[in-house]
Design a protein around this ligand. Sequence first.
Ligand SMILES: O=P(O)(O)OC[C@H]1O[C@@H](O)[C@H](O)[C@@H](O)[C@@H]1O
Length: 279
Amino acid sequence: MALEQTYSNGSGSQFTINLCGATVTSWKIGEEEILFCSKKAIRDGSKAIRGGIPLVFPNFGPWELGPQHGFARNKQWKLDTDSVKDQDENPSWTFILEDDEGTRNMWNKRFRLEYTVQLFIDTLKTSLYVNNTGEDSFSFTTLLHTYFRVDNIKDTRIKGLQNLKYVDKVNGGEHKEERELVCIDENYDRIYKDRVDNVTLYPDNNQSSITREISTNLPDIVVWNPWIEKAKGMSDFDDNEYLNMICVEVGAVSKPLTLAPGNKMVASQTIKVGQKSKI
Ligand SMILES: O=P(O)(O)OC[C@H]1O[C@@H](O)[C@H](O)[C@@H](O)[C@@H]1O
């Protein structure tokens, strides 16, 4: 099976997934691309993919036991179930990753990850089920590291973060977000905690923006853009691509989750592309 496959709902919505990391690299509605994937992304399975929706598990950020953001985004996943339809004929596909010698050498736990991607006309739902198949509890952090395509980062706005506390990973410290509409004009790397509302992304600042409404069952939202200097230091990212992307990442990263043996939990994200609306 080729590493990358494209699946469609038969009525204009389609996604492409790379088995390396089970990374959704593209989601299109008609001709419109919703996600960002770098033109320099390495897609041959030798490196985590710079774009789309990489899956972060079992660790967010630098990790003393293995690679940054954990191993799930680097491992080769398998297609488990092909195009299962719900009662409304919306199809979904499920991919799996289980522990193996390589993962146990880093992190000696037994697990099974099931990742379901479900396509609706204007919505993509991605659900990462974590099963503890071992005999001891384990703790982990996880994140759906979504890269959105935007027309110009300078015109992009994010709503739904006001009044949340955030950790500023660039300048340090914990602060409270005062802005109703968050805009980005620098190297930006913040963990917003204890989310209350859905987050709405306006990919440009026209009066008639099309929105992306992001809902999740997870508590944290990471917002990231590397900006000019950091972009130049990334080999799998073009110098000017910071202008056309924003990562809005849903996760459980501030506090690890703990899963008892035999238990299962889900980390899910729903992205709905909205109608034209005023900011
Ligand atoms: O380069 P990576 O490992 O894909 O990470 C990209 C970014 O991912 C974000 O989630 C982190 O908050 C950033 O600190 C990090 O730089």
